[in-house]
Design a protein around this ligand. Structure first.
Ligand SMILES: NC(=O)c1ccc[n+]([C@@H]2O[C@H](COP(=O)([O-])OP(=O)(O)OC[C@H]3O[C@@H](n4cnc5c(N)ncnc54)[C@H](OP(=O)(O)O)[C@@H]3O)[C@@H](O)[C@H]2O)c1
Length: 261
């Protein structure tokens, strides 16, 4: 199936590394104009040079910090005054690890701002434009933890569950406008985030990060971590014309890891 995103614009959170970067590259390769978002400006300026421009696309970036809502909201409101967005990918860093007994209310508040508030706010800004065009694609980078919570990721478990149920509610309200919203339930992908979590776990267990990684790979039926490019292919499909009848879903991409049906 050939996917063309020519003429479409995509706003992608957390897109200077890992999963977000792979999505940006894939959507650009299919013809979309990309707006990258992350904190490190010099990194963003380099990345933008790597994006495909063969369909005459124009790419740009926003330096944002999703953990600082007042600064983020003013930047993003300004952006939407000048720019329309056809494809929105809500993605950011994962919250800090830790179990339910380790966390304070302020930890939950921070995770709420990072994983829920910014995604809802950005979506609300994008929706009027999408409704006007009667076309839009919203894709949330979530986690398999919404189906099978992991003890050491209580902030992720809680906030992502809120995000996916919000998305399901919204899907019903915007379907008639030909706007889709879907959640991707991320398994284990080979990125900096997973290396960092593995290092934390290795320290706790007094074993090496390689041993943690090997155990992680062994736990996946596919016996390996996912590649960010594989993830990006799924996002590209969900962003396409061809996926217009898929909405309100939770789609796992996890090498068979989730046991639930
Ligand atoms: N990798 C996995 O196996 C896995 C599994 C389940 C869920 N997930 C979730 O998927 C998402 C993406 O994961 P990843 O592995 O691609 O992460 P990653 O490699 O750490 O990349 C995170 C991206 O977000 C940006 N970012 C980080 N903090 C930010 C902030 N406060 N404001 C704005 N941008 C920020 C980073 O750039 P800067 O640092 O320059 O800002 C980077 O571009 C995360 O929410 C993660 O929890 C990942």
């Amino acid at each position: 199936m050939e996917i063309s995103l020519n003429g479409k614009t995509a706003l992608i959170g957390g897109s200077s590394k890992g999963i977000g970067l792979a999505i940006a590259k894939r959507l650009a390769a299919s013809g979309a104009s990309i707006t990258l978002m992350a904190r490190d400006e010099s990194h963003l300026a380099n990345i933008i040079q790597e994006l495909d421009t063969q369909s005459g696309q124009k790419h740009q970036y926003l330096v944002v910090d999703f953990s600082d809502f007042s600064s983020y909201s003013s930047i993003i409101v300004n952006y939407f005054k000048k720019q329309t967005v056809d494809i929105l990918v809500n993605n950011t860093q994962g919250p800090r690890s830790g179990g339910a007994l380790d966390k304070s209310l302020s930890d939950y508040q921070q995770a709420f701002d990072l994983l829920f508030k910014c995604a809802v706010y950005t979506t609300e800004l994008a929706l009027p434009q999408m409704q006007k065009k009667q076309w839009g694609r919203i894709i949330n980078v979530a986690s398999i933890t919404v189906k099978e919570p992991l003890n050491y990721l209580v902030l992720s478990n809680s906030m992502r569950a809120a995000l996916v149920t919000w998305a399901k509610s919204l899907a019903t309200d915007i379907a008639a406008d030909q706007i889709t919203i879907n959640n991707i339930l991320t398994g284990y992908f080979d990125t900096e985030r997973i290396s960092q979590l593995n290092q934390e776990k290795a320290q706790k267990l007094s074993i090496s990060p390689n041993e943690v990684r090997a155990a992680m790979e062994a736990s996946v039926p596919a016996k390996r971590l996912g590649k960010p490019e594989e993830y990006a292919n799924l996002v590209c499909f969900l962003a396409s014309e061809q996926a217009g009848y898929i909405t309100g879903t939770n789609i796992p991409i996890d090498g068979g890891l989730l046991r639930s049906i």
